[in-house]
Write a protein that binds this ligand. Structure first.
Ligand code: EPZ
Length: 419
């Protein structure tokens, strides 16, 4: 695993181009298995998780032409192939193979998915919903074994938890179902809306994207088309926070500021000046130290759990005390122990972190534990006094395209030591 060597403190300021959204591109790539016609997808970010997904599709026999965009032809797939465990278990998103492969092959045997170590990450809601839609599905050892009689059956689904992944799997299963499917208490993340826009563009009949009630009318056939992935709202939020915690300023270009309301509100409370345009947003801290503020994460439109580690770091160096409450994942505080090594005054109690802002952090040798923890520790290295070495930094390549260059363009002093 590579390391980052970072020298701080620096003030991050300048412009950054936001990449396509990882969490929108992943389900859309798996959804391309639902049609036999050509699909062209633009603004796909160059990330490790995307590379793994492309490898999975190629292993299935999908033809993919790589260039500025991806041109995908899923016309002929290899039947009944047990996909490689290493690939399946390196990402959580492989769970979205289940519905398309059941539709294509009527029965599948596939390894359980992987993903960041931020919680147990069960798949009971996926299983429950697919059973409701007519699948015979169960887990045996480390496999998911499933079958359907010809087609999925439209159903009424009430989700006890607004799971992003289970909402997506249910939508994919219902596309060709022989009736109407209603998903109540569905996840409302913008990435799900992007997936629905893509599916409707190729002929699906889905209403209610971005709301708690999604209605899918089964269709007989999907066509092809060209689709552009939405900008990454988590990357946008990450760079806004990077500027705020280093008392700098940033202009995020090629983004969609419409889905960051709660973050803008919180950043204004810490003292940042925010400006918003059609496809850009900017933050200026005017060299001021941010004020501490409490955050509570939750399903969209609440505060995004994927921005919690970054905002917690901001609170670590802010003026005053704060409490960070994580309600989505049960193990998303591993990075806190690394921040304590750098001088943060912070402790964990159940799903809360209690933080007393300090004026300085100190460079140290630390470990990245998952994707969003990794970026938080990189930003900590940028503002800490002295040299910070971050081990296991490859986590960051799963979700941030070209990250060291983007940060270096904002004034960071980072080198990657390849291992
Ligand atoms: C997606 O994960 C994202 N990943 C995550 O981003 C994101 O943090 C999460 O949604 C919440 O927004 C991708 O899109 C690839 P969930 P997912 O199902 O689908 C529990 C990142 O950093 N749950 O909404 O796995 C689950 O354990 C990643 O980009 C069940 O109990 O999230 C968690 O506590 C990290 N049973 C909560 O629901 C289930 O069957 C939310 O999970 C499924 C989930």
């Amino acid at each position: 695993m590579d390391k980052f060597l970072i020298q701080g403190p620096v003030q991050l300021k300048g412009e950054v181009n936001i990449s396509g959204s990882k969490n929108s591109a992943l389900p859309i790539l798996f959804a391309s298995l639902l049609t036999n016609e050509l699909i062209e997808i633009k603004n796909i970010p160059k990330l490790k998780d995307i590379d793994v997904t492309i490898k999975l599709l190629l292993t299935l026999g999908v033809k993919i032409k790589k260039g500025k965009s991806l041109i995908i032809n899923a016309n002929n797939l290899y039947k009944n192939y047990i996909l490689p465990k290493k690939l399946i278990q390196s990402i959580r998103a492989s769970i979205w193979l289940i519905s398309p492969l059941l539709i294509r092959f009527k029965k599948i045997k596939i390894y359980l998915p992987g993903g960041c170590s931020i919680g147990r990450r069960p798949i009971d809601l996926h299983i429950k919903n697919l059973k409701k839609l007519g699948a015979n599905i169960y887990i045996k050892n480390e496999f998911i074994i499933a079958s359907i009689n010809n087609r999925f059956q439209g159903a009424y689904i009430f989700m006890k938890k607004s799971s992003v992944g289970a909402t997506i799997n249910s939508i994919l299963a219902a596309i060709y179902a022989n009736n109407i499917t209603i998903i109540e208490n569905a996840a409302r993340e913008p990435e799900i809306e992007d997936l629905i826009n893509f599916l409707n563009m190729i002929g699906a009949n889905i209403r209610g994207g971005g709301t708690k009630k999604i209605i899918i009318k089964g269709v007989k056939k999907l066509t092809g088309g060209i689709y552009t992935i939405m900008p990454d709202r988590i990357e946008t939020g990450t760079f806004l926070i990077a500027a705020a915690l280093s008392r700098g300023k940033v202009l995020c270009k090629n983004t969609n500021p419409k889905n960051l309301d709660i973050l803008f509100k919180k950043l204004k409370h810490v003292g940042a000046k925010i400006k918003i345009g059609k496809d850009w947003c900017s933050l200026n801290m005017n060299n001021k130290r941010p004020k501490a503020i409490d955050i509570i994460t939750g399903p969209y439109p609440k505060f995004p759990t994927d921005i919690q580690p970054q905002f917690t770091l901001l609170n670590c160096i802010a003026l005053g005390k704060s409490i960070i409450t994580e309600t989505v994942f049960e193990n998303r505080f591993l990075y806190i122990y690394e921040l304590i090594k750098m001088g943060a005054k912070i402790f964990i109690k159940n799903n809360k972190v209690f933080c007393q802002g300090v004026n300085l952090l100190y460079g140290s040798e630390i470990e990245a534990t998952d994707l969003r923890a990794a970026i938080s520790l990189v930003l900590a290295g940028c503002i800490a006094t002295g040299i910070t070495i971050i081990n296991n930094i490859n986590y960051i390549d799963r979700g941030y395209e070209n990250i060291e260059n983007k940060l270096i363009n904002l004034g960071a002093r980072i080198i990657r030591l390849k291992n």
